[in-house]
Design a protein around this ligand. Structure first.
Ligand SMILES: [Zn+2]
Length: 413
């Protein structure tokens, strides 16, 4: 930076100084914008926004709209411009750009920030009403994974766990892009509703190595010779017994996403066992009604909750359905994850259930969720199991195959 000050002088140096401060390690020298031929993942960074701030660490960026074509736009470094949609055009700072569909492209990959966060790839802004719009990051699958991996795993984890996660996250994202994307303008959320995506700031050297070492590799399943990628669910900790996607989410039953008994494999996780969680019945009633109302589910009409009981368990003893009964004797049967979501809904910072792997104990005024195991839904790869296997010397490819029974690994590109 000192050299910069001496050589470039005040104005230029202001730019370069900003660059040096804001570009993260690992970004320099990597320009992934021209990653032609790779599948693109469309991440819905902002939904129905009325305004977002856009900034760049370069003097210009390119905006293109349906009505006005492409043009260079100068932005002052460190001073983001507000973007709004007015119904017949876009306002970007003081510049008006007619048209209803806007694409923003950086001069150099990874140098545009949206609301302060830098992302690789391009951005498409799509109106969702006369005054609101979505911001969708179009990023190639490999660059996308750079921003996912370190957000999904702990920094000190084994590199084989990172590689396994790269394969699984790639599979998941490509599956979602292929099955959820058609007919709409985005594929995935940037958070736990899909996978946690932190953009450029989230990238680490370990994550980048894992993505590059597994480039294009995905898990697939099905009849030999015609295997296809699948929705490669994963979660933090299975608690010793995972559940199938069929039991957890009502998906079609598939051996690749079946329940598994791993014993104590992931007991290195601090969430392998969790302490009893107590929620009083009026609070549970409020939460469950709130969840039902948001989903238009009949349980929205439940009277005061009286008790919760296990309705059925999978072949390894993990509960997969619960009955919620109210004081009138009305019974509602919920799937395992539905039960967890309902009990955690609108909790306003109150106690939460980390998983649906628990035993409810009904007391007069409250329900105690005991014998809790695991964190997350427990379908597919357990990240703590993956880390435990990696520490035992099991390579990433084998970790993935164990996590998804009968799966094979193939190169998607
Ligand atoms: Zn596990």
């Amino acid at each position: 930076m000192n050299i910069c000050w001496k050589q470039v002088g005040s104005v230029g140096c202001g730019i370069w100084l900003f660059l040096l401060i804001t570009l993260p390690a690992g970004c320099a020298g990597r320009d992934r914008l021209g990653s032609d031929g790779l599948p693109v993942i469309r991440v819905r960074l902002a939904a129905d926004a009325n305004q977002v701030a856009i900034g760049t660490s370069r003097p210009t960026l390119t905006v293109a709209s349906t009505a006005a074509g492409a043009r260079k736009l100068a932005l002052v470094e460190g001073q983001p411009a507000a973007i709004t949609f007015t119904g017949n055009g876009w306002q970007i700072g003081s510049v008006n750009v007619p048209g209803d569909d806007l694409t923003v492209t950086p001069d150099v990959d990874g140098t545009i920030n949206i609301n302060g966060e830098f992302y690789r790839g391009k951005f498409r802004l799509v109106p969702t009403s006369p005054t609101s719009f979505d911001v969708v990051n179009h990023v190639d699958a490999e660059s996308y994974l750079l921003g996912v991996l370190a957000r999904e795993l702990l920094r000190d984890w084994n590199e084989e766990a990172y590689k396994a996660q790269a394969i699984v996250a790639r599979t998941y994202a490509l599956y979602e892009a292929r099955t959820q994307g058609p007919g709409k303008h985005w594929d995935v959320h940037p958070d736990t509703r899909s996978q946690v995506y932190g953009g450029v700031k989230a990238e680490t050297g370990k994550a980048t190595e894992a993505v590059d070492a597994t480039r294009g590799i995905v898990a697939a399943a099905g009849a030999s010779g015609s295997e296809k990628i699948f929705k490669a669910y994963f979660s933090a900790c299975c608690g010793g017994v995972g559940q199938s996607a069929y039991d957890a989410f009502g998906d079609a039953y598939s051996p690749v996403l079946s329940e598994r008994n791993v014993g104590g494999l992931c007991n290195i996780s601090p969430k392998h066992n969790w302490a009893p969680v107590t929620i009083d019945k009026p609070e549970l009633t409020r939460r469950i009604r709130s969840w039902g109302e948001a989903r238009n589910h009949p349980i929205a009409g439940i009277q005061a909750v009286d008790r919760i009981d296990v309705e059925s368990v999978n072949r390894f003893g993990r509960p997969v359905r619960f009955i919620v009964s109210d004081v009138s004797g009305q019974r509602y049967s919920l799937g395992s994850e539905e039960t967890r979501w309902a009990c955690n809904a609108d909790r306003k910072g109150g106690p939460q259930l980390l998983s649906s792997y628990f035993k409810p104990v009904n007391q007069p005024a409250e329900i105690v969720f005991t014998e809790g195991h695991g964190h997350g839904h427990g379908v597919g790869m357990c990240q703590w199991c993956a880390e435990a296997m990696a520490r035992r010397g099991i390579p990433a490819e084998e970790i993935v195959r164990i996590s998804y029974p009968k799966s094979v690994l193939v190169k998607a590109y």
